[in-house]
Ligand binder design. Structure first.
Ligand SMILES: Cc1ncc(COP(=O)(O)O)c(C=O)c1O
Length: 429
């Protein structure tokens, strides 16, 4: 393994971070379990960054991919692609966006890039509102709307971006206010930003309903509906980045935006729909989607193999009502994690929805972020056979997000493991 690590370091970029003191290679997966190169089995509660949605090696999904690969792998969007059209029909119907059109890309970054292209073209404006503590991708345009220093390697951009308050309540100046007052304060801030920091004719606001990389920061329900009311007064479009919150992961809704009582103009998706295949895209009302004044194309977006696999994955999700499972298992996971948090002062907050749960860790006796403890808990979980993720502005948030097919026994096992790991680390403080 160290030989592979040496080879990795010799040829890959230095900024491509690896998890764990001794990075691991995952060579096989089945259901909610994965195996490393030494044959050791782990319960996977991060799903390759919330991407393994229905589970590893789901036979129906694997069969759809292999069947399509044996027929034709690639044609390009210059030709009709039946699985792509079928998937677009399903997503358009599920999106909740009226008269929806779907454009497929290969990553969430590229989906958000396309959303920015649409919104700025439609509105003839380069001004964009984004949220503090956001993450929308790695490309030149999406780094410009990412409000997190750790993921912002450059300030250069053709976009004029203003950042408004979002759902990261724990460290917000409005943190002690009840839900409605918190939302009202953020809405007032949005109004202030519009008149103080923009020329008024802003193209769009882009927001993650629950911030993923930002450590599952969750605003009160209705928050984005209240923001949307202000935006609508100015004709500003709302882009809902559903890359992590889509497909029922939050349990209570199919899309994250649905907790907020409004419909976005544009929605972007990625991760879970492909279950690991490079499949993503953007949904918009026809008048917005069709506003581009020139041709556009994605050579690979929605190609035959990824579309067939994505469609099978989506049908599996719907047929097994994995959203309902996410609601049930999410409640079980949240209750278990709350029980862990009550025993150790190191956990400042348990937050999230459904199968998107986070623990923010702080130094004893205060609110200083404790990224070392988060790293140590991750290591201790791995030692005990459980994979979880990390995130947050300071790298001090544990992110727990298993595939939506997770079982009660697996949730209980993960909670017991996290409990033991947190106590190990707490005891060593
Ligand atoms: C909310 C959100 N948007 C966009 C992206 C970018 O997606 P990708 O890594 O597929 O480019 C991510 C990735 O983590 C994300 O979490």
């Amino acid at each position: 393994m160290s030989e592979l690590l040496d080879r990795h370091r010799a040829v890959m970029p230095s900024w491509l971070a690896l998890y764990y003191d001794e990075p691991m290679a995952i060579v096989r997966g089945e259901g909610r379990h994965v195996w490393d190169a030494h044959g050791r089995r782990y319960l996977d509660f991060f799903g390759g960054i919330l991407t393994t949605m229905t589970g590893h090696a789901v036979p129906e999904v694997v069969k759809a991919i292999t069947d399509q690969a044996t027929k034709v792998m690639h044609t390009s969007t210059l030709y009709l692609i039946e699985p792509m059209v079928a998937l677009a029909e399903r997503i358009a119907e599920l999106s909740g966006i009226p008269d929806a059109r779907v454009f497929f890309t290969t990553s969430g970054t590229e989906a958000n890039d396309a959303a920015l292209l649409l919104a700025t073209s439609y509105r003839r404006s380069n001004q964009v509102l984004a949220l503090r503590n956001s993450y929308h991708g790695r490309s030149f345009s999406t780094v410009a709307i990412t409000g997190n220093r750790s993921w912002s390697p450059t300030s250069l951009s053709g976009l004029a971006v203003s950042y408004v308050h979002g759902g990261y309540r724990l460290r917000s100046p409005y943190r002690n206010r009840p839900d409605t007052e918190y939302t009202a304060a953020c809405v007032q801030d949005l109004r202030d930003v519009l008149v103080m920091c923009t020329a008024g004719d802003v193209a769009c606001m882009i927001a993650e309903p629950i911030q993923g990389v930002g450590g599952f920061a969750t605003p009160p329900d209705g928050f984005f509906g209240a923001m949307h009311e202000v935006l609508a007064e100015h004709g500003i479009l709302f882009v809902s980045d559903e890359v992590q919150t889509g497909w029922g992961r939050t349990g209570e809704h199919f899309w994250g935006y649905q907790a907020h009582g409004f419909t976005p103009d544009v929605l972007t998706f990625a991760k879970g729909i492909g279950n690991g295949l490079p499949l993503a895209g953007v949904v918009a009302r026809a008048e917005i989607m069709n506003a581009l004044p020139a041709n556009s194309i994605s050579t690979f977006g929605g190609g035959p193999v990824v579309a067939a696999g994505g469609l099978a994955n989506l049908e599996y999700l719907l047929a097994h009502d994995l959203q309902a499972n996410a609601a049930k298992m999410g409640a079980r996971l949240a209750a278990g994690l709350t029980g862990v948090a009550e025993q150790v002062p190191m956990v400042a907050e348990v937050r999230g929805k459904g199968l998107m749960q986070a623990l923010e860790l702080v130094r004893p006796g205060g609110m200083d972020p404790h990224p070392q403890a988060a790293g140590a808990v991750m290591e201790a979980c791995r030692e005990r056979g459980l994979l979880i993720g990390k995130g947050g502005l300071y790298g001090n948030v544990l992110r727990i997000a298993p595939p939506l097919s997770v079982t009660a026994a697996e949730v209980d096992e993960a909670v017991a493991t996290i409990n033991a790991a947190v106590h190990d680390v707490d005891g060593a403080q």
